[in-house]
Design a protein around this ligand. Structure first.
Ligand code: ATP
Ligand code: RIB
Length: 301
């Protein structure tokens, strides 16, 4: 069994600040730190740390950042033979501000990620991609990985409403509340209301998509299927940095499905794994290991 991730790799350039500044405001922050990131790389590392044999496809530049990103993935056991090197574009970068409350704002400069291409030779049991890669490549990845014996997970993040048609070419769609609002007529200012969220999510159950997962931050995650709605509540914890929480969730979900868990069991596992990731700084760096998740389960029983 294995997980195949197609996605972005970014060098995250992080500054911690007291509060996220408003437009027009200038503030002082702490020193700059560099971390492994990119939704694809974060999700691949999460799946690998949780025990899945993981292969990643994407593109980095022929530069120090690219070498650093590849080395980080390899040291977590991710097979990087599908990651191409772009001699013309720099590696992707993400400029991130993290507030004292753990909130973040992110600006991505895609660089080499925007030149990633996909052939149709993807092998795996669980396929996972996000929206930080070119549309044409995602279209090929999703369509060529369709088979009765595999599961395609699409994390439609960041939200790109013009790509909504791709949402029908996965088995399980994962979005956060803001992304759900961007793809439906849900008002993103609507206070959390499970019934409204589930109703909006149900509109995305079309084409091949048999389940929609809405991640709800500190409230956990909602699984919406044609005949049921189930909530996995989040574990209460002290938040340090939520960057990559959604990625931890997606990688853990892929690893759980790959291990043969049911979708709701894998979602519950992912909710718990993501609660560990918010306790630590960084994106990829915050992903928990299988042992840490096992210890957490033991401490809860
Ligand atoms: P991000 O963009 O910050 O990576 P996201 O917006 O994609 O995250 P969220 O819904 O905020 O996704 O979080 C994903 C998952 O992480 C949640 O479903 C939950 O399991 C976990 N999580 C996030 N925030 C918290 C929190 N404050 N306490 C516990 N778990 C959390
Ligand atoms: O989801 C978090 C990730 O989004 C960061 O690591 C950053 O690189 C951006 O891609």
């Amino acid at each position: 069994m294995s997980v195949c991730v197609f996605g972005s790799l970014n060098l995250d350039i992080v500054i911690r600040v007291e509060e996220i500044p408003r437009p027009g405001e200038t503030i002082f922050g702490n020193s700059v730190t560099h971390h492994t990131g990119g939704k694809g790389a974060n999700q691949a590392i999460a799946a690998a740390r949780l025990g899945a044999t993981t292969r990643m496809f994407g593109k980095v530049g022929s530069d120090e950042a690219g070498r650093r990103l590849l080395s980080a993935l390899k040291s977590d056991g991710v097979d990087c033979t599908g990651i191409a090197i772009d001699n013309l574009s720099p590696s992707g970068k993400a400029y991130i501000l993290v507030s004292q409350r753990g909130e973040n704002v992110i600006v991505v400069s895609s660089g080499a990620n925007s030149h990633a291409t996909a052939d149709s030779n993807f092998i795996g049991d669980v396929f996972l991609c996000q929206f930080e890669s070119p549309r044409a490549a995602l279209n090929t990845f999703l369509k060529s990985s369709a088979s009765r014996n595999s599961t395609r997970l699409l994390n439609a993040a960041p939200a790109i409403p013009a790509w909504r048609d791709l949402l029908a070419h996965c088995d399980v769609l994962i979005v956060n509340q803001h992304e759900l609002a961007a793809y439906t007529d849900l008002n993103s200012k609507t206070p959390d209301n499970t019934e409204l969220l589930a109703k909006a999510a149900a509109h995305l159950l079309c084409g091949d998509c048999k389940a929609v997962i809405v991640t709800l931050g500190e409230q956990g995650a909602l699984l919406v299927e044609p005949d049921s709605i189930r909530l996995a509540p989040a574990r209460k914890t002290h938040v340090v940095d939520t960057t990559g929480a959604g990625d931890c969730f997606c990688g853990a979900l892929a690893a759980g499905i790959d291990r043969g868990l049911s979708l709701f069991e894998a979602l519950s596992d992912a909710t718990l794994a993501a609660s560990l990731s918010v306790e630590r700084h960084g994106a990829a760096a915050s992903m928990p290991t299988a042992l840490e998740l096992k210890q957490l389960y033991a401490s809860l029983n």
